[in-house]
Design a protein. Structure first.
Length: 326
């Protein structure tokens, strides 16, 4: 009887390509209860992140991701060599898919769906945000005393820092689970970060509303507000506003916005698959000036910019020549 190793190489490569590009997880069903969606998830404490709030309401699966290519690499020397060769030529071998459920306007629940191979140089990360349930203003959430959804305080809405935390953690350790080293930093890069906010099925657009969590848990005058579905347009615009603030290193954002310039080439935000915003990080970087710089940083703006040009070049990211004065 033919085996995988005895069939023609061309056919074996096709089979292995399907295996490499297969999902490692399926997206959780939004029909599940909040308790079921949270079951088996935990906060990942390491590595240490700079983001405010410590990611208290980001709940990951604690197990480490096993990339799709790993089983093939472990079968035998022949299949290992062929898999390594295929990984160099399969177009999507370094593209990841990430599902993030926004639960009750409080929790972010990331699930890695597709990770063909672990690498520190990722071509594309496709992120799908899905909305599950409305804010339950009368329910107390453990660990959420200062990470309360879209409510703004002195540091800005907690949800903006939660989204930042997911990115920051990926840049440090990729799509991995719990880590032992609080200072671990692999400097993972992404050529294209593609974010899509999905539109809930079978919901009349008139039922969409603003987040209730930003009202500090107080019921609006309109009693029906609690029955509204969180508007995906609001979420998409929220993501755009805060990415723009970070990328352009707006007021008080310079210390955090640097992360984008050190690890990314391009960011795209979509709603329902339709593009709403795009940033070419190299163009934004070239347009930054000293006014975007925080005076208490340990290096001058010129020193940082020169260093990041070399950092980007060394990491295989795009670098544009500085504009020359005529």
């Amino acid at each position: 009887m033919p085996s995988l190793l005895t069939i023609p190489r061309e056919l074996r490569d096709k089979i292995c390509t399907y295996a490499i590009l297969a999902n490692i997880n399926e997206p959780p069903t939004l029909a599940a209860s909040s308790d079921d969606l949270l079951a088996g998830r935990t906060r990942l404490e390491n590595p240490r992140l700079r983001a405010w709030g410590g990611g208290l309401t980001i709940k990951y699966h604690s197990d480490n991701v096993v990339a799709s290519a790993v089983p093939l690499l472990l079968v035998c020397h022949q299949l290992h060599a062929e898999t390594v060769s295929n990984l160099r030529i399969i177009p999507d071998a370094k593209s990841y898919d990430l599902d993030i459920i926004l639960l009750n306007e409080i929790f972010l629940l990331p699930t890695w769906l597709r990770v063909p191979v672990l690498t520190t140089s990722v071509d594309k990360v496709n992120v799908a945000f899905r909305i599950a349930r409305s804010y339950e203003g009368r329910k107390e959430y453990k660990d959420s005393s200062f990470c309360n959804g879209f409510r703004a305080d002195g540091a800005g809405p907690a949800m903006s820092w939660n989204i930042y935390s997911i990115l920051e953690r990926f840049f440090k350790v990729g799509p991995t689970g719990n880590r032992q080293d609080a200072e671990e930093n692999k400097s993972v890069t992404i050529k294209t970060l593609n974010i899509n906010v999905e539109i809930p099925d079978n919901v009349d657009p008139s039922c969409f509303g603003e987040p209730q969590s930003k009202n500090n848990g107080r019921r609006r005058d309109n009693e029906g507000a609690w029955n509204l579905v969180f508007d995906p347009s609001y979420l998409a615009k929220f993501i755009i506003i805060h990415i723009r603030w970070m990328v352009h290193m707006g007021d008080s954002a310079e210390g955090y916005g640097k992360m984008f310039h050190e690890h990314l080439d391009e960011v795209i935000v979509r709603k329902g698959g339709e593009q709403m915003a795009r940033w070419d990080i190299t163009e934004v970087f070239r347009g930054l000036t000293a006014k975007n710089w925080y005076r208490h940083e340990s290096e001058t703006f010129e020193e940082w910019k020169a260093r990041i040009v070399e950092t980007r070049r060394g990491r295989g990211l795009a670098v544009l020549e500085e504009k020359k004065d005529n």
